[in-house]
Design a protein around this ligand. Structure first.
Ligand code: ADP
Length: 472
């Protein structure tokens, strides 16, 4: 079993500290340890990033871009090893882990390009002896706090644009999945990204988070995780008025209209629901099917769900890995039990299997009072309900404090566009169950978050705009 270190200022740190176990959720075995760091290491990392910022931000965009390209190439060379690490510490099937690694690396190459396109402006002045320049500069040291469900992509979609813009970073990966993060940072150093530019700290989340919130040298906080912790961090960031980006919970509706292509809709909902065993913030959480096609849709959908293989992500042919921990399994079971008590029928699945595995589940006759229709389940459960009109379904879909992703299936283009525009969500998959991609802006409305990741918009989160007024 390997003992990993934190990486601060390009050095291994924390060998002398007590350790935190990292376990494989498929087997329950401890696979590695990381140091149990805290405020001291968090502050040490900020000091390193703060010092490194001066030189890193002084480099040309072309130099930073070239280093990001080298990092991208090295990640590509190690993609199989990284995917395997991810499967072992997070549980997702190996083919999904490879998919995530490619997606994650896509952010590095996209932002290596975007680094060269951080354009300023010249604004016409109102006096002939004045000139107005609008200049863009990196914000400074960025604190990056990430969740366990995408151990690589949640890091690269933040660190890629931050480094491209000229910022330096301190990362705290999720306690369940630190190894992928540490390996990525090692490759960044191998690629020639200078010491101190990327630092990674493991250990006590609150102690590390508080140290960063209270440190005025940290100018930006970017977080993906629960709405509850996001709100805490937002409050904490107020003390030193940091910029913040938050990507929080979702509760995605998938709307299947009467004029959809049913096979396409079934495949779209399967993709949107069962990826990562239902543990993504854009997973379809509640399915609204037009009453005229609910039987036809459900029969095909249930058949597809029965084909999904549950097991250790390292085994060939597995579609659904374990849930991340016992609390996750209990939450999913409680949503299913609640729905059943309130009158839903379990068409397939419905219970946990040995260990942390949960059967892919479909619930029929679901009503809006059930918990699964009000809260994110974060597991492989599909609740299906019906609706009669477009107006009704839009109202029900929008009746949520969340606004991350929504899905619509219809072959009527005008209707699809009209509905997409009315949905109060930052991302809409129109006949598409997998909308996430590095070149598009990802982010939520309402309590699903602030800011965008990906796209040309993603780099703006790491930039300060400076106006220089020149008198001639
Ligand atoms: P999840 O439910 O996905 O585990 P969390 O919001 O609990 O979501 O965790 C997301 C990330 O936030 C993890 O890296 C976790 O360690 C970190 N985290 C949790 N609590 C705090 C806190 N009080 N301060 C800073 N980071 C925290």
């Amino acid at each position: 079993m390997k003992a990993y270190s934190m990486i601060i200022n390009g050095k291994n740190v924390g060998e002398d500290l007590s350790k935190i176990d990292v376990t494989n959720p498929s087997t329950g075995n401890v696979i590695a340890t990381v140091p149990d760091g805290g405020a001291e290491e968090a502050t040490q990392a900020v000091a390193a990033a703060y010092t490194a910022f001066e030189k890193w931000s002084d480099r040309t965009a072309y130099e930073r871009s070239a280093l990001l390209e080298k990092w991208y190439a090295l990640i590509n060379e190690h993609i199989d090893e990284l995917a395997e690490t991810m499967t072992v510490e997070q549980g997702k099937p190996l083919h999904e882990a490879r998919g995530e690694m490619n997606y994650a690396n896509g952010f590095i190459s996209w932002y290596a390009e975007q680094a060269k396109r951080i354009y300023g402006e010249m604004v016409p002045a109102s006096h002939s002896n004045k000139r107005i320049f609008v200049h863009k500069q990196p914000v400074g040291v960025v604190a990056v706090i990430t969740p366990w469900n995408f151990p690589a992509a949640m890091i690269t979609r933040k660190v890629g644009p931050a480094l491209a813009a000229g910022c330096t970073v301190v990362i705290k990966p999720a306690e369940q999945t630190p190894i992928t993060a540490i390996k990525l940072v090692k490759l960044a150093h191998e690629a020639g990204i200078p010491e101190g530019v990327i630092n990674v700290v493991t250990g006590d989340a609150k102690a590390i988070g508080d140290a960063w919130l209270n440190d005025a040298r940290v100018r930006k906080l970017t977080f993906t995780g629960s709405t509850e912790v996001g709100k805490l961090l937002m409050r904490g960031a107020a003390e030193t008025v940091k910029k913040i980006s938050l990507e929080l919970g979702g509760h995605a509706p998938a709307i299947v209209m009467e004029d959809c292509d049913i096979d396409k809709a079934v495949e779209g909902v399967i993709a949107a629901k069962y990826r990562n065993a239902g543990q993504t913030c854009v997973c379809a959480n509640r399915i609204y099917v037009h009453e005229s096609i609910v039987d036809a849709f459900s029969v095909k959908f249930i058949e597809r769900v029965k084909q999904l293989q549950v097991g250790d992500g390292k085994q060939e042919g597995v579609h659904i890995g374990p849930l991340i921990d016992e609390a996750a399994v209990k939450k999913v079971q409680s949503h299913v039990d609640d729905a059943q008590e309130k009158g839903a029928n379990v068409a397939v699945g419905g219970s946990r299997k040995e260990g942390l595995f949960f059967e892919p589940t479909v619930l029929l006759n679901v009503t809006d009072d059930m918990i699964c229709m009000q809260e994110e389940t974060f597991g492989p459960v599909t609740p299906i309900t019906t609706f009669a009109t477009e107006e009704e379904v839009l109202k029900r879909a929008n009746d949520s404090i969340y606004g991350l992703a929504a899905y619509v299936f219809t072959e009527n283009l005008s209707k699809g566009i009209r509905m997409s525009e009315k949905l109060e969500y930052g991302i809409v998959g129109l006949n598409d169950g997998l909308p996430s991609t590095p070149q598009a802006p990802f982010g939520g409305f309402k309590q699903s978050g602030l800011g965008r990741e990906g796209g040309h918009q993603g780099i703006d989160e790491y930039i300060e705009v400076k106006y220089i007024s020149v008198g001639l």
